[in-house]
Design a protein around this ligand. Structure first.
Ligand SMILES: [Zn+2]
Length: 286
């Protein structure tokens, strides 16, 4: 190993979950992701939101994650954006409690909370009130170090799949993997610059069709780029994840947030659809 390389560890996390009553492929997508994780012997974490998974059937799909040894966390009942003026602290906290009531019966459920949209509050009052409540109720925060836009590439995947355009789907796979590697590299460099070290990273993904299709290829590409996969449990033991956002608005990737507090100039929001248009063009996609 050259002195210029450093250990780069990464864990996978999957948000939202799917509702079989709204998506006929929900069970298949869920199982394809679990099968690929199992084949690669990677233990991850899923953060279901009740409004995304619906009732009994969606809950059973999430239960399968716990049975396979992945952690099940809490992503609230309503998937609200805490940065919106219309979302009050009281209602927001109630949605965390409501999710806990339903999810705590599932295998390997733990009180680890992931903020929907990674938004942690648009006022200090809201930010601090939710932090305090989570702390008093023994929740850890399931922060993300590597934010990315898999949801954007998933939309493209669904379009091209509908058109049965296999050439575009193949180019999309390359574009998607390029995007994830690029974001991983960006946030790792930001960490080295900001924390003076490479932490155990947590990548944000969703339970969706593009990951069901390309997860194994993505994992291989990361390993070829010298990333090592660790479990979500191992990653969250990194002291990085004990830190709270000091900014207003609060949230985004934890590394982004710390860099922002240090006064670095960063785009906002950290990740968004318009940033991806150049990458699509580069791969001859639209
Ligand atoms: Zn979400």
């Amino acid at each position: 190993m050259s002195s210029f390389t450093h250990a780069k560890d990464i864990a996978l996390s999957f948000d939202d979950g799917l509702n079989p009553q709204q998506n006929p492929k929900a069970a298949l997508i869920n199982q394809q992701i679990l099968t690929q994780l199992n084949e690669q012997q990677i233990k991850s974490i899923v953060f279901p939101s009740l409004i995304k998974i619906g009732d009994y059937q969606g809950k059973q799909l999430i239960a399968n994650w716990g049975k396979d040894g992945h952690i099940i966390g809490n992503h609230s009942a309503l998937h609200q954006n805490l940065n919106k003026d219309t979302v009050s602290t009281k209602h927001y906290i109630q949605a965390i409690i409501d999710a806990d009531t339903i999810l705590n019966t599932l295998p390997n459920y733990q009180r680890i909370y992931r903020y929907p949209f990674l938004k942690q509050g648009n006022t200090t009052e809201k930010r601090d009130a939710v932090y305090l409540w989570l702390n008093q109720n023994h929740y850890k925060i399931g922060a993300v170090s590597i934010d990315a836009s898999d949801w954007f590439y998933n939309r493209k995947y669904l379009d091209y799949a509908k058109q049965a355009d296999t050439a575009k789907l193949e180019r999309l796979k390359q574009a998607y993997i390029t995007h994830l590697l690029d974001r991983a590299s960006y946030y790792d460099q930001l960490a080295v610059h900001t924390l003076q070290r490479s932490p155990k990273h947590v990548l944000l993904l969703h339970v969706n069709q593009i990951n069901a299709a390309f997860l194994a290829d993505m994992i291989t590409a990361f390993e070829q780029a010298d990333w090592t996969f660790v479990s979500a449990k191992q990653a969250f033991q990194d002291p990085l994840y004990m830190q709270h956002s000091q900014n207003i608005p609060a949230g985004e990737s934890i590394i982004w947030s710390i860099a922002k507090t240090q006064g670095q100039a960063l785009r906002y929001p950290a990740e968004d659809a318009p940033y991806e248009l150049d990458n699509l063009k580069l791969h001859q996609l639209d």
